[in-house]
Structures are given as structure tokens and as C-alpha cells.
Design a protein around this ligand. Structure first.
Ligand SMILES: *Cc1c(COP(=O)(O)O)cnc(C)c1O
Length: 224
């Protein structure tokens, strides 16, 4: 399917899902996850109206950013933040969704250039407390969030989650509750980054404000 058609279909589904739970569709942002998709496809999606793109692998992202430098794209980093890549991640992206420890935030803050806008960040929550998965334990999220507000070059926007497949609804609801806890603590967080191609409707029902969609926009990923 052409990208403009698949994008239009996703937007229709976002609207339908929002209506079903009496939410305003415009409160749900669509982030196109373009890992292992070509720069040409990103360009097509941009011309079809999609302005923000998420990448997981730094080298791959930098190559595409170079090819697409003529477009005012908002770039999000959603992959694992390796410490030897923090400097480049801090300066080449507008958002990082996968901050999973204090030291990562500290290094991102230090590396972010002072003449740039603050880097938007989300804390990645390991909501199902899976031993093999990265992300912050739910019980540690509030303290970590509070510790981040002192960084001048970071702006904490909220939480990101990738739930286990079999119990996404529950995981999304728990993450939304954690977000409410942050708000109750006085933190000005506005972003719940949750929902992917297979489960974004459930995420919207639970309160997601940003869904991250890859294959449903671009088709299967390829080896670049
Ligand atoms: C790959 C990826 C997505 C998109 O997954 P799809 O199933 O292709 O929609 C979303 N979020 C993160 C963090 C990812 O790594």
C-alpha cells in the first residue's frame, strides 16, 4: 500500500478509537517509527503530512538525517541509549523516549548544546517488571522523574512503555496511573508514549497521547 494511504488509514483509526472513548482525536500524536525503512519512504511520508519520525539505531538515523536534511523533520530517538552514543543522541534528536536511568539523563543534559532547545525526554517504564527488559521499575519512576527537573537542557515530558503482548491493556492502564502520580506530585508532564501497530487502539483507550507506529505505516522492515 502507498504510504499516503496507510497514513490516512491510521489517522482514521485514531479518530475512531478516540471517539469510542470520548477523547478529542487531536490529543493523540502519531510518531512514525522509521527504523529499517529507507530515507525515500520517510520522504514520502513527510510529503504526505507526517512530520515526526522515530529511530532506534544511531548510525542508521544519522545517515538518514543527512539524506533528509532539507526537510524540517522532528526526530525522536526510541532505541536503547548506549552510553558511548549519548553525545550524538543528545544533539541530533528533539526527543528521547528511552531514558532508563539517572546517569543517562545526566549525560544527555551535559551533552545537549546550550544553544539548542531543551531535549524532550520520556522515562521508559518496565511496567511488567520483566527481568530481561530495560526500563525503570514502576516503584522508582516518581523519584527518578523528580530528580530530572533540575536539568536545564532536558524537559521531562512523561512516560514511555512497551508492554508484554499478552497483557497490554493492563500495562497501559498502570502506566497511565503512574503518569497521574507524577502530575499529583506537581510535575508538568503531558506525554504518555504508548501503543504500536498491534495495540495502539488499546493504548488510546488507556490515555495514550503519542502512539509509535512503524510497520502499519511503512510495511515490513528491511535490512538497510
Ligand atoms: C519498532 C518500534 C515501534 C514500532 O513498532 P511497529 O510494531 O512496527 O508499529 C514502536 N516503538 C518502539 C520503541 C519500537 O522499537
Amino acid at each position: 500500500m502507498m504510504i499516503q494511504h496507510s497514513l490516512a488509514r491510521i489517522h482514521e483509526k485514531i479518530i475512531a478509537a478516540a471517539m469510542q472513548c470520548h477523547r478529542e482525536p487531536s490529543t493523540i500524536a502519531l510518531l512514525a517509527i522509521s527504523k529499517k525503512q529507507s530515507a525515500e519512504k520517510i520522504r514520502d511520508a513527510f510529503y504526505a503530512g507526517q512530520k515526526s519520525f522515530g529511530e532506534n539505531y544511531l548510525q542508521e538515523a544519522l545517515a538518514k538525517q543527512k539524506q533528509l536534511s532539507d526537510l524540517p523533520i522532528e526526530w525522536h530517538f526510541v532505541g536503547t541509549v548506549q552510553s558511548n552514543k549519548i553525545k550524538m543522541i543528545a544533539t541530533h534528536f528533539d526527543w528521547v523516549h528511552s531514558v532508563n536511568q539517572f546517569s543517562v539523563a545526566e549525560k544527555l543534559n551535559r551533552a545537549r548544546a546550550s544553544q539548542q532547545k531543551p531535549l524532550n525526554i520520556c522515562i521508559e517504564v518496565n511496567i511488567d517488571e520483566e527481568k530481561t527488559k530495560s526500563g525503570v521499575w514502576p516503584s522508582a519512576v516518581v523519584d527518578l522523574a523528580k530528580s530530572m527537573v533540575t536539568f536545564p537542557y532536558l524537559r521531562l515530558r512523561g512516560l514511555m512503555v512497551i508492554p508484554q503482548k499478552n497483557n497490554a491493556r493492563d500495562a497501559f492502564q498502570k502506566t497511565a496511573q503512574l503518569q497521574q502520580q507524577l502530575i499529583a506530585e506537581g510535575l508538568l508532564v503531558d506525554t504518555l508514549s504508548m501503543g504500536m501497530s498491534a495495540d495502539f487502539e488499546l493504548a488510546i483507550a488507556a490515555g495514550s497521547t503519542l502512539i509509535r507506529i512503524g510497520t502499519a505505516i511503512f510495511g515490513e522492515r528491511i535490512q538497510l
